[in-house]
Ligand binder design. Structure first.
Ligand code: ZN
Length: 392
């Protein structure tokens, strides 16, 4: 998932390693590039270094780094193809393995990545550079610096998941299959005039069907993505009767702006109709407010009280003692309780009272909310989902 739009599983990169038994006279490699990367991994895996004696478009000749050692390999290009074939191979070393170096000349980040790419396949969480350093040392006897391990991690992710550009390219067919295998799923892709990716939207059929049973309070929020193309992940989520997070829809967009929120909410409206007893909870970003006022005319737009509270902490430092009362007021269940607390706030600091009044008490107080917000006064659920997804 760069994020929900995921990497394709299975890529064209071959990561099958050769071992002692599969290297022999007559062995065929797809081409020289393939052979070179396989031989580098072979050397790292078997804790020896080689010296490239000859390498051109017809020949590839390797010798053990120890001049007196017997290990050598000679391959030549096959006729009428790019393949390279092993013609001569002496597999036994006569050198002293104890003298072999821990900082290995064939152990480039790319080669090391090939040795560990299986740890990255199938959506597994990527290993951290420190963990890779341990694997290289314990399993392959190679000491690797942190920065090299970090680069190996990058390459290994690419080998296992493909590069982001390829992922965006297969997105339409991936969406197509998601819709086919998950009845009721809604996807949408918008490209610009050069046919470059702009927006992608995804809501699983099961999420859409299940929302009928949820409280009608939807948290919406955006989170920055860290992949090569950056972008922002937008998510809409609800809470089930057991206060568990319930994801509804995702989108990948360029950033949080009027156009991207408008696109997201227009898509969302095709699965969740605009009605009076529906409530959205978000931060106070004007792009969200604008997009909601266009696409969800009847629904109520509440703001996240946690963010309001944070805002007040910096803006009204002098009235810090009143802020706990603001917190209680926002959560008061009756208008009578709210009014009592709000009078205390206004008497204590008229400016704070005015500021809160302007922020619209219908948006931040439970008691005056035109629709039932239940216990959902913050958009914590949208944030939790986004932070959970960001990793993958
Ligand atoms: Zn040797």
């Amino acid at each position: 998932m760069t994020t929900s739009v995921g990497y394709p599983s299975g890529s064209s990169h071959s990561t099958g390693l050769i071992d002692v038994d599969s290297l022999f006279c007559g062995k065929l490699f797809k081409d020289k590039t393939e052979m070179r990367s396989q031989m580098r991994m072979y050397a790292v895996k078997h804790s020896f270094e080689f010296h490239t004696f000859k390498s051109d478009n017809k020949r590839y000749v390797l010798k053990c780094i120890d001049e007196k050692c017997s290990w050598r390999l000679r391959a030549t290009k096959a006729k009428a193809s790019d393949s390279f074939v092993v013609r001569k191979y002496i597999s036994q070393h006569s050198c002293d393995s104890a003298l072999r170096n821990v900082s290995h000349r064939q152990a480039s980040a790319r080669t090391l990545a090939g040795l560990v790419s299986n740890h990255f396949a199938g959506g597994k969480l990527p290993l951290r550079p420190k963990q890779l350093m341990e694997i290289f040392r314990n399993d392959h006897g190679v000491g690797v610096s942190y920065s090299k391990a970090w680069r190996a991690q990058e390459h290994a992710s690419e080998l296992a998941r493909g590069i982001p550009a390829d992922s965006y390219e297969v997105l339409p067919s991936w969406f197509h299959m998601i819709e086919k295998k998950n009845p009721g799923t809604i996807t949408y892709i918008k490209a610009d005039s050069d046919n470059k990716f702009r927006y992608g939207f995804l809501a699983f059929g099961a999420s859409i069907r299940g929302f009928k049973l949820m409280r009608k309070v939807i948290s919406i929020d955006g989170a920055h993505l860290k992949s090569k193309y950056k972008g922002t992940l937008l998510a809409a989520s609800a809470q089930d009767g057991n206060f568990q997070l319930y994801p509804i829809a995702f989108a990948v967009v360029d950033s949080e702006n009027d156009a991207s929120w408008d696109c997201f909410l227009r898509c969302l409206k095709t699965i969740i109709p605009d009605e009076e007893n529906l409530v959205f909870v978000s931060d106070r970003a004007s792009s969200i407010a604008t997009a909601l006022s266009v696409n969800y005319v009847h629904a109520h737009h509440g703001i996240c009280t946690f963010h309001l509270q944070k805002n007040l902490e910096t803006r009204f430092r002098a009235s810090a003692s009143l802020l706990p009362i603001v917190h209680d007021a926002s959560r008061a269940y009756t208008q009578y309780d709210f009014d009592y607390l709000f009078t205390q706030i206004s008497n204590g600091d008229p400016d704070l009272g005015e500021y809160l009044w302007q922020a619209d008490i219908r948006k931040w107080s439970r008691a005056y909310s035109p629709s039932n917000r239940y216990n959902i006064m913050t958009y914590n659920c949208a944030e939790s989902i986004n932070s959970r997804l960001k990793e993958t």
